[in-house]
Design a protein around this ligand. Structure first.
Ligand code: 8YV
Length: 331
């Protein structure tokens, strides 16, 4: 008998078909399952669940769904999944690292450029029929080339953004991360490790790429924003919650920094209402990894993990990007 799984988010038909070759699949339909009660009900008797950055998988959910053996996510960030609770119950967890690095870096860089050069703001102006004459200062923004790029969080995506800045735009790169890169990698990127206050003080364009955790909650709040240059920009392609959105909206309104580009929000898909009323912010709906080939690769990787975790094929017992592979070891 095939194992039963729940696909809790909408996904490519081709990926569902692949999963159906291995499992008895229940799919959510047009919208993701977000209600806890519905999730618990639909998970009864299911050995696996296919998710992304939502829904939340925590100890209470695991206890209510005792058949669950694998939680496979098509996102790289896994702050919606309580890894320790899963490991304690021998539930395999996988994420989707690597396949979205370059696409997310493209978007992070594009959002930073759109923010610096005021592209969204100027388009709104044009669409509103407000363009009547050329002016020397019309939407004059900040340069990107040769400006100092500050990267907060120097993992795979941070390094890919740094590479774009250093090699493509001649930007000196400074970064802050808990651990320093190898000297060789630093040299290749022309990147210099600095402490967090120095990063905030010196960056012309700050790009945030740290994972969300209790330690990174509101890593950027009013005090940090106060250290930044008045002409600086801030771009967040990491997670909402890393930035205090209320403090950011206030800093933008008071022009304590020039502009921000945000792809992620605290409490998304809801937005802090103040962000909608400040003009100097570019807002996008968590789409940094959203190129079709990359989203397909992310979904396929999550499927690979589910198939390996629960199936009995070639890779049985060896999910490629498991976060707690130890739970599959025979005791
Ligand atoms: C996903 C992301 O699109 O991978 C991640 O961590 O943030 C995005 O690539 C998102 O998590 C989907 O919910």
């Amino acid at each position: 008998m095939q194992a039963k799984i729940l696909v809790a988010i909408p996904v490519f038909d081709a990926v569902l078909e692949r999963l159906r070759e291995h499992f008895d699949v229940e799919a959510c339909g047009e919208s993701a399952i977000t209600e806890r009660d519905e999730l618990v009900a639909r998970l009864q008797g299911k050995a696996g669940i296919f998710v992304a950055g939502t829904p939340r998988i925590d100890a209470a959910l695991l206890d209510a769904c005792p058949d669950l053996r694998a939680v496979c996510s098509m996102a790289v960030g896994f702050n919606n999944i309580d890894l320790a609770a899963c490991t304690a119950r021998r539930v395999l967890v996988s994420n989707a690292p690597g396949v979205l690095t370059e696409t997310t870096a493209d978007f992070g860089f594009a959002l930073m450029m759109a923010t610096a050069r005021r592209i969204a703001e100027s388009e709104h102006f044009l669409r509103a029929g407000q363009w009547t004459e050329w002016r020397y200062d019309l939407f004059a923004g900040a340069d990107v080339h040769r400006a100092t790029l500050g990267v907060l969080g120097m993992g795979r995506i941070g390094q890919a953004i740094a590479r774009r800045g250093a090699l493509g735009f001649g930007m000196p790169v400074i970064y802050h991360n808990r651990s320093r890169l190898d000297a060789g990698v630093e040299q290749q990127l022309g990147a210099r490790w600095v402490d967090k206050p120095t990063l905030l003080r010196e960056a012309d364009h700050l790009v945030i790429v740290v994972p969300y955790s209790a330690e990174s909650h509101h890593l950027i709040g009013a005090a940090e924003l106060a250290l930044m240059k008045p002409g600086a920009t801030l771009t967040n392609v990491a997670r909402g919650g890393v930035v205090d959105d209320a403090a950011l909206a206030q800093a933008l309104r008071e022009r304590r920094i020039a502009a921000a580009g945000l792809d992620v929000f605290e409490g998304e898909p809801a937005l802090h209402p103040d962000l909608l009323t400040v003009p100097n912010v570019v807002l996008t709906p968590h789409i940094a990894s959203a190129s079709l080939p990359t989203r397909r690769a992310m979904a396929d990787l999550a499927a690979d993990n589910l198939i390996a975790a629960l199936g009995n094929g070639r890779n049985a017992g060896r999910p490629p990007t498991a976060l707690n592979p130890e739970v599959l070891q025979k005791t």
